[in-house]
Write a protein that binds this ligand. Sequence first.
Ligand code: 4IA
Length: 395
Amino acid sequence: MDQAPALDIDPFAASFFDDPFPAHAALRDAGAVVFLPRHGFYAAARWQEVHAMLNDWQGFCSSRGVGVSDFAREKPWRPPSLVLEADPPAHTRARTVLDRALAPAALRPLRAALAEAAAECVEAALAAGECDAIPALAEAFPLAVFPDAMGLTREGREHLLPYGSLAFNAFGPDNELRRAALAEAAPHVAWVGAQCRRENLAPDGIGAAIHAAADRGEITAEEAVLLVRSLLTAGLDTTVSAIGAALHCLATFPHAFAQLRADPTLARAAFEEALRLESPVQTFFRTTTRPIEVDGTTLGEGDKVLLFLCAANRDPRRWDRPDEYDLSRRTAGHVAFGSGVHMCVGQLLSRLEGEALLTALARRVAAIEPAGPPVRRHNNTLRALAHLPLHLRAA
Ligand code: 4IA
C-alpha cells in the first residue's frame, strides 16, 4: 500500500496561525491523508476524510488523547476528560449526563437573561463609539452569562479564560506556547479544580445539575467533579472565539451585516456561517486503534492523525465559494462542532449565546466598520483574536 505524501508544514507555528489558508489548501491538495515529518504525525484536511474519521470512533479513538501526546505512552498534564478523552462505552455514560444538563429543557430558562445581557453589552460598546470588540463584546458577553449559568462564585472568575487557553495550548506539541502555558498553570488549575466541587456551585446552575446525576447513581461524585471541569474547560474560550469571529465576519462583509440588520432572525445563520468559516476549534487529533486504509494509504496502529476542521469547512470539494461569508448558505455538515459521538455537547448553549449577541447587534447597530487591523491571539488549538478594533454606529 502507498505511503502518504509528506509535507514540510508546522501547523503549530506562529506564521501558520497568522494565515493558515494557503497551508490548508496545500494539505487538502497533497492527499486524503498527509504525513507531517516535522512532528511525526499524519494530517487530514479534506472534508470527506475529516468527517469520516470523526464518525469512526472504533478506528480513530479519543482515549489516547486528542492532542499530540499519546496517553498510551505519556502521562497527561491533567487527569483525562471523561468525555473528550474517552471512547464508548465509558464515554456514553458520561456524555449522557452532560446531554441532559445541557438539553433544551435545561437551557430554555436562560434565554431571557441572555437577551438582556446581550443588549447591555451592545449598548455599552455603542456608548464608547470605537471599541476593541474582543474584550468589549466577544469576552464580556460570555463572561456575563456562562459563569452564572454554571453556578460559579464571583471571586476568581479571571482564572477561567487563562485556564481555557492553557487547556487548548496543551493539546499542541511541546512548543513555546505549550511550555509557557504549563509554566503558569498552577493557580488556574487550583481555582478551576476547587470550583468543580459541589459545595462551591450554586444549587440552581448547570454544575449542580451534573452533581445531581451522582445522587441518581448515574455517575460517581468524583466523576461529577470532572464533568463540571469539562464544561469549564470547553465552554468559554470557544464561544469567545466564535463571537469574535462572527463580529470580524460582519465587519468585513458589510453586505452580510446589512442583511442581518434588515432581518434580525438571520442571527442564527450569521453565527453558524461564522463557525463554518473561522472554526474556533481549528484542529484536534485521533489515534488509530489498528492498521487502517485511507484512500489507498495505510496508517499503522497507534498513529496520531491531526484533523483540520477549518480546512474541511473550507474544502472546495464540499463547499461552493468556501471562503465567502454567506448568510444564505446551507451550513449543515460543517464540522466546527465536530461530528459523531463526540460532537459538541454545548452546541445549543453556544448557539443561544451567538444568537442573542447577534440579535442585539442587529437591533441596535446601524453600521460596523473596522477601526484598525485585527490582532490574532496565537493558540495551539483555537483560532482567536486578541484585538478587533471596530467603529459601531447606533441605529
Ligand atoms: C473537556 C475540543 C474542546 C471544545 C474541548 C475541550 C475540553 C473538553 C471538551 C472539549 O475537558 O472535556
